[in-house]
Design a protein around this ligand. Structure first.
Ligand code: FES
Ligand code: FES
Length: 156
């Protein structure tokens, strides 16, 4: 039976009917057509589906939709400014080769945003630790780490 939930999504107040068995990933991609958040393993292992809930990184593929009641959810679509200006992390990933096929990129950027919001000047070890749950099959990770280090230096 559907239930109504309310939450803030990328700055917009939402009130939606959902099925309690849905995941947050299903709601985002299949119901709201926010396909920037990717679906990979769907078992909490790859990080492709990473978004922020109340500023914390979570794997939306295993996050029950009912748990977003009253929260603030941020997805990759919420990072660029309304006029389209990219977030410093997005620019840095492009400029430092942190994007190849791009499938891991939204999750990587959201994991990095979660880290930088909490710790604006992380060490390389802290960056690597924050990204430990995010798998990339293309870049070898070095460019991703470089991109995040560069974004630390760039004002938002
Ligand atoms: S799709 Fe969610 S962790 Fe892989
Ligand atoms: S850029 Fe292809 S999986 Fe990371």
């Amino acid at each position: 039976m559907k239930q109504v939930i309310s939450f803030v999504l990328n700055g917009d107040q939402m009130e939606l009917e959902v099925e309690p068995h849905w995941t947050l990933l299903y709601l985002l991609r299949e119901r709201l057509e926010l396909t920037g958040t990717k679906s990979g393993c769907e078992s909490g292992e790859c990080g492709a589906c990473t978004v922020l809930v109340n500023g914390k990184t979570i794997n939306s593929c295993i996050f029950p939709v009912m748990e977003i009641q009253g929260t603030t959810v941020t997805t990759i679509e919420g990072l660029a400014k309304p006029a389209g200006e990219l977030h410093p992390l997005q620019r840095a990933f492009i400029e430092h080769g942190g994007v190849q096929c791009g499938y891991c990129t939204p999750g990587m950027i959201m994991a990095a945003k979660g880290l930088l919001d909490e710790n604006p000047n992380p060490t390389e070890d802290e960056i690597r630790h924050a990204l430990a749950g995010n798998i990339c099959r293309c870049t070898g990770y070095a460019q991703i780490i470089e991109a995040i280090k560069a974004a630390i230096q760039t004002p938002a």
